[in-house]
Design a protein around this ligand. Structure first.
Ligand SMILES: Nc1nc2c(c(=O)[nH]1)N[C@H]1C(S)=C(S)[C@@H](COP(=O)(O)OP(=O)(O)OC[C@H]3O[C@@H](n4cnc5c(=O)[nH]c(N)nc54)[C@H](O)[C@@H]3O)O[C@H]1N2
Ligand SMILES: Nc1nc2c(c(=O)[nH]1)N[C@H]1C(S)=C(S)[C@@H](COP(=O)(O)OP(=O)(O)OC[C@H]3O[C@@H](n4cnc5c(=O)[nH]c(N)nc54)[C@H](O)[C@@H]3O)O[C@H]1N2
Ligand code: SF4
Ligand SMILES: [Mo]
Length: 719
């Protein structure tokens, strides 16, 4: 244990709040304020403040576990040697019997850049499988696809958060930062203090919507129509920026024609948002000099999420509000490394540096860094839900790192059954998650405060998370696990256990790619408050990198030259977009219904999301007493009219039934939700698991499941 405070970042969400970790009495670790980090200026939510509790023995895993007997036994402690040998045998045996693509890998957006990079390389180089994907597919993949399509590049926010208070109007679509990123709320409060306005689009009057100047409450799954309705009004009211459209975009004619088919009255019928509110939104958005649209999971987690985000981007482009100071479209990415985790190769179709696995030049570049033949790299594999759905059939063994799909995947009962039908499952986790509990082998790994690594925040800011405490005996890092497994599978080199050494290789692999990290070093990250990518190496850094690589190979300290280095790129697209011709591309899209519209049998729409005191599948936060006291279990949020029809009083158990299954949770009655919609948070397993109900209908481009809308019926539960 170090004796003074170590500056680092929170293990949870993509805001990546800065915090200090200090030693406290009884070997505990205490979170203290780190006021110098500009994004949160010391402020933390309850999850960040209590994060060290998950470091405690008794809460977290400290020994490998293997299943006794012939697969039906219990999980019993085992040595690392035995556990690693078993995994190597399980993966190699499946590969020998059924081919390389029968072995799958599932990663997570919470993994550091180094882990995500090493995991992708492990899949392609050691296992030779195409079957790798990760939970980010469930998160922001639709926004990523739409951003790439429109701008030629996907970085969640193309500007820093500090720009938000200085713009004129922000439309926040399906985002509830008051609960999901509380310290970020100040950017919106300051916006209003500066005379700007906030519009929130959410079927529920959330704590965020309560702060808004205008709250639009559309029916879930209708954001595409809503955006097109606003665009229609922009055209009808003559509020387009014709010079900008001419100079900086392509495809306006088709997009304009598509929008003109969405008359305000038609949009009101689809969305339930009254025409005067549509007009007011257009006025607030168009009157100031600059404005922004920010989306989060509400409009993205839909089977038309890519087109939906495309329509919101169209609104920005038609009004000249992208690639200009204090204006633009951004996606508020979710997981701790939700941005970096989508750039370095754990995605089915991707190579490091946000390169495409199907691009011959990208394959050559990365294969050279990896020291392999480009032809040996497999092609793109299945997306996350399709991979989970193939388990036990085409994919018979799985290595899982950084996700808990038994709770978080759509149609979770089916996914759970698929996981149980695997020939072999290995899980690396810090706790015994619901998914780890089904594994043949569980490896206990180190966590955030116990290891060094980098994450890339929702701003595209690459950050250094420093090791602050010594891990307990019995745990090893994910990088050590991959190193040991690679060696057992015949690859002795190329999987270093030191995070900085992995990062040095990642720099080279990303060099020249869309997400170029080659000008970023640990030394810089330690000295600066993060560096925004792209940050290509300059002649100076390139030289330093070579020296650093050579020095590292010789076991020496890393040398670095900071003179004349690239400063990083806080703001993108100001001169040109990242497309070939430098112009942004409009998307010509039209309204379509949700994959499963309500009918007589299932007359209500279910939407799902989060509460402030639990994180994701709850694997970590359900183990923290203070958070559990604040958010002890699932609930069904419903309107008083719906409750009355059901005869349910506050707290009564309510059954929510969809075509996938049935979940039961207490009623929480509130007029802050639309009467045709119910809401459930998804943080819990068991009877109240929201994902028992959700529909895995996928967006055709991003392969994102429709977490935000499916048809259900409600039943009163007697007794
Ligand atoms: N406390 C907490 N914070 C978190 C997380 C957590 O689990 N807990 N997870 C992190 C991660 S990975 C993510 S991705 C982010 C997510 O952050 P958010 O996107 O803010 O979170 P959600 O609650 O999933 O969804 C936001 C809002 O979308 C609304 N919504 C539902 N359906 C629709 C719809 O059809 N249209 C529109 N416009 N809105 C709709 C919901 O009512 C909800 O208020 O949070 C991050 N921060
Ligand atoms: N119904 C519904 N379902 C949803 C959503 C929704 O809005 N509605 N949102 C979706 C979204 S946006 C997301 S991001 C997913 C998230 O859902 P999951 O992918 O399940 O995410 P977590 O619960 O964060 O799971 C991370 C797991 O990795 C472990 N872990 C943490 N750090 C490390 C590490 O460094 N190494 C290893 N090996 N393990 C680690 C944690 O203990 C935990 O068990 O859920 C999706 N599911
Ligand atoms: S807002 Fe996100 S990063 Fe900040 S303390 Fe909370 S969970 Fe951690
Ligand atoms: Mo997420």
């Amino acid at each position: 244990m170090q004796t003074s405070a170590t500056p680092t970042h929170c293990p949870y969400c993509a805001l990546q709040c800065g915090m200090n970790l200090s030693p406290a009495a009884g070997g505990r670790v205490e979170v203290t304020e780190r006021a110098d980090f500009p994004v949160n200026r010391g402020a933390l939510c309850g999850k960040g403040r209590t994060a060290p509790e998950v470091l405690a023995a008794g809460v977290r895993l400290t020994s490998p576990l293997v299943r006794s007997g012939d697969g039906d036994g219990t999980l019993v402690p085992a040595s690392w040697e035995e556990a690693l040998d078993r995994i190597a045998r399980g993966l190699a045996g499946t590969r020998a019997r059924h081919g390389a693509d029968a072995v799958g890998v599932f990663g997570g957006g919470g993994l550091t850049n180094e882990k995500a990079y090493a995991l992708g390389k492990f899949a392609r180089v050691v296992l030779g499988t195409s079957q790798i994907d990760y939970n980010g597919r469930f998160c922001m993949s639709s926004a990523a696809a739409a951003g790439t399509r429109a701008f030629g590049l996907d970085r969640g926010l193309p500007f820093p958060l500090e720009d938000i208070p200085k713009t004129g109007c922000v439309i926040l679509v399906g985002s509830n930062p008051a609960e999901t990123m509380p310290p970020s709320l100040r950017y919106f409060t300051e916006l209003k203090e500066n005379g700007g306005t906030l519009i929130v689009v959410d079927p529920r009057r959330t704590r965020t919507a309560e702060q808004a100047d205008l709250h639009l409450a559309p029916r879930p799954g209708t954001d595409l129509a809503l955006a097109l309705g606003l665009l229609h009004l922009v055209v009808a009211e003559g509020r387009t920026d014709e010079a900008y459209i001419r100079e900086r975009t392509t495809g306006w004619e088709e997009a304009r024609a598509a929008a003109m088919a969405h008359w305000p009255e038609y949009v009101e019928r689809i969305t339930g948002v009254p025409v005067p509110q549509l007009r007011e939104a257009v006025r607030l958005f168009c009157e100031p000099e600059a404005a922004m649209v920010l989306t989060a999971r509400g409009p993205e987690q839909q089977s038309k999420g890519t087109d939906t985000v495309g329509a919101w981007i169209d609104l920005c482009l038609a009004t000249g509000r992208a690639g200009r100071p204090l204006s633009g479209y951004g996606c508020l990415t979710g997981q701790g490394n939700g941005q970096g985790g989508r750039e370095h190769g754990q995605k089915a179709d991707q190579l490091p540096g946000y390169r495409k696995l199907t691009d011959p030049a990208a394959r050559r570049h990365v294969a050279e860094v990896w020291g392999v033949d480009p032809d040996s790299l497999p092609g793109p594999g299945r997306s996350a839900y399709e991979l989970l759905d193939a388990l036990g059939r085409d994919v018979r063994a799985l290595l899982l790192m950084g996700s808990n799909p038994v709770v978080s995947a759509p149609r979770a009962a089916h996914v759970e059954e698929r996981i149980r039908s695997l020939d072999f499952l290995a899980v690396c986790d810090v706790v015994l998650s619901e998914t780890a509990a089904l594994a043949d082998v569980v490896l206990p790994v180190t966590q955030w405060a116990e290891e060094t690594g980098t994450t890339t925040s929702l701003e595209g800011r690459v950050l250094l998370r420093r090791r602050a405490v010594t891990p307990p005996p019995g745990v090893r890092s994910d990088l050590e696990v991959l190193h040991e497994l690679a060696a057992r599978l015949g690859v002795e080199k190329g999987f270093p256990t030191d995070a900085e050494e992995v990062f040095e290789e990642l720099r080279r692999a990303s060099a020249g790619g869309p997400a170029d990290y080659s000008g970023i070093t640990y030394r810089r990250l330690a000295e600066e408050q993060g560096v925004f990518w792209p940050c290509p190496a300059t002649a100076t850094t390139a030289e330093a990198a070579t020296t650093a690589g050579a020095a590292m190979a010789a076991g020496a300290a890393v040398a670095d030259t900071t003179a004349a280095v690239h400063p990083g790129t806080p703001r993108l697209f100001l001169d040109r977009f990242a497309t070939e011709d430098g112009r942004a591309r409009f998307a010509a899209v039209s309204h379509r219904p949700v994959a499963e519209e309500p009918d007589e049998e299932y007359p209500v729409l279910l939407t799902t999301g989060r509460v402030v005191s639990q994180y994701q599948s709850g694997a970590q936060t359900r183990r923290v007493a203070e958070l559990n006291a604040a958010a002890p279990g699932p609930f069904v949020e419903l309107h008083p009219r719906l409750a009355a029809r059901l005869g349910a009083a506050e707290g009564d158990p309510v059954a929510v039934v969809s075509r996938r299954g049935r979940a039961v949770a207490p009623a929480r009655i509130t007029d802050s939700i639309r009467p045709d919609t119910v809401f459930m948070p998804f943080h819990w397993p068991g009877e109240g698991r929201a994902n028992t109900l959700t529909n895995p209908a996928l967006d055709p481009t991003s392969r994102m499941p429709e977490f935000k809308a499916c048809a259900v019926r409600l039943e009163a539960v007697r007794g």
